[in-house]
Design a protein around this ligand. Sequence first.
Ligand SMILES: C[S@@+](CC[C@H](N)C(=O)[O-])C[C@H]1O[C@@H](n2cnc3c(N)ncnc32)[C@H](O)[C@@H]1O
Length: 380
Amino acid sequence: MKIRRYQIKKEVENILKQGHPWIFKSHLSSAADIFKTGDLLSLVNAANEIVAYGYFERDSLIAIRVIKFGKTAPDAIWFKNKLLKSLSKRENIKQYTEGFRALHGENDGFPGIVFDVYKKMGVLQTYVPSVDPLGRYIASVLRHELNLDTVLWKEPSRRKKAGKTRILYGKEPKLIIVREGKLKVAVDVSEGQKSGTFLDLRGLRKFLSLQNLKGKKVLNLFSYTGTLGLAAEVAGASEIWNVDIAQGALKFSETHHSLDKKKYRYISADVFKWVDSLPPHERFDVLIVDPPSMASETKQVPVALKAYNRIYKRLLPHLKPGGMMIVCCCTSRISRKQFTDNAKKALISSLPKMKSIQPEDDHPVGFPEGDYLKMLIFSK
Ligand SMILES: C[S@@+](CC[C@H](N)C(=O)[O-])C[C@H]1O[C@@H](n2cnc3c(N)ncnc32)[C@H](O)[C@@H]1O
């Protein structure tokens, strides 16, 4: 592939020195006007030394995604070795589950490229067009390395044809059931969010499934397909309420993520309003609040935090003595500190113990924006 040279500004060199993989459009000079989406650039400093290589993206605020730091250009062998390194970090996870993230974008050094594995099926997601060709190459390497019989290419929600799935190899199964510890998680790649399910919540499912929840009552807000409810049921919970605005997701929960349907209530509602109508006598041992991100831009952060906080405060009177409240946040726009401080402000005086569930090995955090998922557990 032809590599084109581009001289970066001093301030950009400083950003790259810190290992950050993004160069924003606002940091480019007019010399970059000649590049096309997908061009591989060698990034040189004022002394004309190559400091990194990156893919150019014309229609994105992130104009260059760095694929390799240092002087030498990336080639097929370098890419393969890097992939194998990422895979080696997943060996422990594979003992626990048949569903894992083999590649986690920038955090594994592959900007904009995510590859999830469900048994013998791989799901590629490329977040911007400039990395589509590299994504396809990676999919072919991973198919071979992981002995996959099916590879799908799914458009992430933020791309034009959101959710569209293409078959790269094999045949698309309608539904796939993966073992995850004591759980069986159903994945529908075409219809499901992300690559089919929220693999990143595994740590929380594990935590819940290992609690003693015998006879306990659980309120699972923003439940989606109810995998957290299932984890609570596996831990012994006797009553679980799954609440989500998406009726299809609730139906999916009922069909696939319940061992004993009699234990469940499925409520299709806007949680932000529904919490106001919860009768005072309804009290729970476990409260789970895993809202949508609500902040794709920094200016939306205060509103999102306020809305989260309002839910926590509404819920507190519904927590039984000795119970726990689990609160999550899935956007990197809200930093870990902001989220933690905000949740503490609302909860710590009633629930002084706080524990954080860290992302698992298949969701490494390689740069500040990679720290998107926060999961906190408050109790007495
Ligand atoms: C981060 S996902 C939750 C994932 C879920 N906890 C799981 O275990 O897979 C956010 C969910 O919030 C739901 N949602 C978004 N806005 C909502 C609202 N106003 N009221 C209720 N649910 C909402 C979406 O349908 C989605 O299922």
